[in-house]
Structure formats: structure tokens, C-alpha cells
Design a protein around this ligand. Structure first.
Ligand code: ADP
Ligand code: TRP
Length: 375
């Protein structure tokens, strides 16, 4: 497969309007950073999505699209977080395929694996190991406060596994292993990023007094447009893979007819015209937000174009805009999925590159905690 096809360049160009030009360098504040080779000292970005079901427009607009924008200027790692995917009951027959599909979608969305390693979380064992070390120093009541845990616990009902409770500590391990300064995620992950910072601080207080710190404290990077894409069937609920109704979300690989049908059927209201930010009209705000995110137009221009339309007039326009935005991604996705050897090569080299960086941090964390070195 050519390194960057014309199609991929087109995808990157579409997605890359906001690429910052400066190439920020990280200050060398931690032990593991000082041990890193000079070429790895650009500010680092890390993010990941769970391979549960198919990725949807919310995952793309809230998270993955930003990843594409940052990869030229930051040193980035992108991970398919399969260990997180088993914190809810999962189907072992599907996990492998969904993991590979998610990785293919990263590439289709415009991540260039030569620039930014793409890897599968469970292939780099340091994630699970650091998670254990952090578990032993994270107070239980910090995790009891996590909103996502409370929500998911309620959804799961009787059989909630320990893993669901521990999920944010594993996420902290993912981030801290790579000395990531920036983590592009959707709004719902802000609290997990705060927790990651708290865990890093506590680790340093406990184990790094008068010694060099082991971890870098990350910041969440949350975009305005697309930070929270809402469900098509309820403008007050987040679009989510785990929602029961498939009609509530636009999957990144839905075909044009399905997208048009879902938008045509989606919830609307009795008001005439379209407007933003009317608390009684969450669906109008959501669909306008989606339109803005996929067209890249300013709010004023959008209101001038569609503000007076009825729902019936607006929905086909929105459907066309979403279809046009996703088309190059879908074409590239089909191309990547055909070439299994290419995808496994990407994941193999991604895991090797990730492992090298992660192991350096893990070794520094174990040394700080007083573990005997490997002889
Ligand atoms: P889901 O809730 O669909 O299972 P994940 O929890 O795997 O999605 O989220 C993956 C990434 O996508 C995260 O960065 C998350 O913040 C972002 N994300 C998920 N749903 C949305 C949404 N509806 N709008 C914006 N971003 C989202
Ligand atoms: N918890 C994130 C989500 O639900 C996924 C995730 C796991 C993640 N590890 C991460 C995101 C590390 C960013 C960085 O979306």
C-alpha cells in the first residue's frame, strides 16, 4: 500500500484545518523523559477508543478527528483500548474483529501510522502492570466519585465487575506510561483526566520525594465543536455505542441510505425554523452542531442558510453533508480492511514502538516504588 494515498491526503486535508504550526517541545521533567532519545522529546499526545461495537460520529467528531489534526506537530500514540472493552460483559467472538476494525478506522480517519504508532492496548503488557501499581496507591473513594462509573454501574445492574470500578486507573496507566502532555478526548472524559493528574501527584508525593518525578501530568484537550454529539433519538442523551437503539447513532460505516434514513427518522420538535441553544430544543441544537462540525461553516452562515427551513427541509441537507464528510473515510476503511497484512504490520510495529516507551516509564515507576531490578 502506498505510504499516503491521494485519498488519504484528501481525508487529512478535510480533517486538518486546525493543525497548529509550532512544534512544541516538552520540558524534561521526569526520569523516564530524560532517558528518552532526543527525537522523542516533542510534546506528546496519546488517546484511545474502546473497540466495543462500531465507532460512531460522536467518537469521530469528539475524539478521533482531533487526533488527525495533532499528528503533524506532536509526537502521538493512538491505542485501541481493548482491555477497557472487557469492563462490561463482552462477546469473545467479536472482540478481535472489533479491535481490528477500530484500528482500520483510525487509519481511515487519517492517522498515518508512520507518524503516529497505532497499537492494541493488550499487546503492550506495561498497561496492565502499571495499572496494578497505581491500584495499590489510589484511594477507593476517588474512584467512587467517577460519574461514568456510577452511570455504567446502574446500566449493568447486578453483575458489576471490579474492572468497571478500576477502569479509570487503567486509563491513567495508559496515559502516564507515555508521558503524554495532551489527551484529546470528548467532554465525558474530563473527570478521568483530572483523576489521572491526581494519581500522578499522589505517586510523586509518596515515592519521589527529593527524587526526579516519574510521570508527566496530562491535560485533557477538548474541542468545542463535536465535543458532545447527542443521540438522534434523544437530544439530551450522549450518542453512544452502548445505547440499545442503533437508530440513535450514525456509525462511521453506515451506508448513505442508512444515514439518510436515520436522520429522516430522528427526533424533531413542533417549533418552526431551526435555532441553537434553546433549552427546550436539544434536538435542534444537536443537529445544527453536527451540521457545523461536518461542513466547517460558521454559525451565522449556517443560520442564514438553514435557519428558516422546516425539519423536513433541513434533514436531507444534513444527511447529504454527513454522507459527503464520511465518504472518503469509508472508502479508505474498505481499502485498509482488504489488506490484512498491511493492518497487522501496522499493529505489530505500533506495539513495538509503544512498548519501548512504555517500558521505560514502567521501569522508572517500579524503581521509585522500591522494586528490585530485573537481574
Ligand atoms: P462510547 O460512549 O460510545 O462507548 P467511548 O467511551 O469509547 O464511546 O469514547 C471514545 C471517545 O469518543 C472518547 O474520547 C469520548 O470522549 C468520545 N465520545 C464518545 N461519545 C461521544 C459523543 N457522543 N460526543 C463526543 N465525543 C464522544
Ligand atoms: N476511557 C476512554 C473512553 O471511554 C477510553 C480510553 C481508555 C482513553 N484509555 C485512554 C482515552 C487513554 C484517552 C487516553 O473514551
Amino acid at each position: 500500500m502506498p505510504r499516503r494515498s491521494a485519498l488519504m491526503l484528501a481525508v487529512a486535508a478535510r480533517c486538518g484545518a486546525l493543525v497548529p504550526r509550532a512544534r512544541p517541545l516538552r520540558p524534561l521533567t521526569t526520569l523516564a523523559e530524560s532517558a528518552a532519545p532526543a527525537e522523542e522529546r516533542r510534546e506528546r499526545v496519546l488517546s484511545g477508543v474502546q473497540p466495543t461495537g462500531t465507532l460512531h460520529l460522536g467518537n469521530y467528531l469528539g475524539a478521533i478527528r482531533q487526533w488527525v489534526q495533532f499528528q503533524d506537530d506532536y509526537d502521538s500514540f493512538f491505542c485501541v483500548v481493548d482491555l477497557h472493552a472487557i469492563t462490561a460483559p463482552h462477546n469473545p467472538k467479536l472482540l478481535q474483529q472489533e479491535t481490528l476494525d477500530a484500528a482500520a478506522l483510525y487509519i481511515a480517519a487519517g492517522i498515518d501510522p508512520e507518524k503516529s504508532p497505532i497499537f492494541v492496548q493488550s499487546h503492550v503488557t506495561a498497561h496492565a502492570e502499571l495499572c496494578w501499581l497505581l491500584n495499590c496507591m489510589t484511594p477507593i473513594n476517588w474512584l467512587e466519585r467517577m460519574i461514568q462509573y456510577k452511570e455504567k454501574k446502574q446500566k449493568q445492574g447486578e453483575n458489576v465487575g471490579v474492572g468497571l470500578f478500576d477502569y479509570p486507573v487503567l486509563m491513567a496507566a495508559d496515559i502516564l506510561l507515555y508521558q503524554a502532555g495532551l489527551v484529546p478526548v470528548g467532554e465525558d472524559q474530563r473527570q478521568h483526566l483530572e483523576l489521572t493528574r491526581d494519581i500522578a501527584r499522589r505517586f510523586h508525593d509518596l515515592y519521589c520525594k527529593r527524587k526526579k518525578r516519574v510521570f508527566r501530568e496530562p491535560k485533557a484537550l477538548i474541542v468545542k465543536e463535536g465535543a458532545r454529539v447527542m443521540s438522534l433519538t434523544d437530544g439530551r442523551a450522549k450518542m453512544s455505542k452502548s445505547a440499545e437503539l442503533d437508530n440513535s447513532r450514525i456509525n462511521l460505516n453506515d451506508d448513505p441510505a442508512t444515514i439518510a434514513r436515520k436522520i429522516k427518522k430522528c427526533k424533531s420538535d413542533e417549533f418552526t425554523g431551526l435555532e441553537w441553544d434553546n433549552p427546550d430544543r436539544p434536538e435542534a441544537t444537536n443537529l445544527l452542531n453536527i451540521y457545523q462540525a461536518v461542513t466547517g461553516m460558521e454559525r451565522d452562515a449556517i443560520l442564514a442558510e438553514v435557519g428558516d427551513l422546516s425539519w423536513g427541509g433541513f434533514k436531507p441537507r444534513l444527511a447529504d453533508a454527513v454522507v459527503a464528510h464520511l465518504e472518503p473515510i469509508q472508502l479508505k476503511y474498505a481499502e485498509v480492511k482488504e489488506d490484512k497484512a498491511y493492518l497487522s504490520g501496522v499493529l505489530k510495529s505500533g506495539a513495538e514502538r509503544a512498548d519501548e516507551t512504555a517500558t521505560r516509564t514502567l521501569d522508572a515507576a517500579k524503581a521509585a516504588m522500591g522494586f528490585a531490578p530485573r537481574f
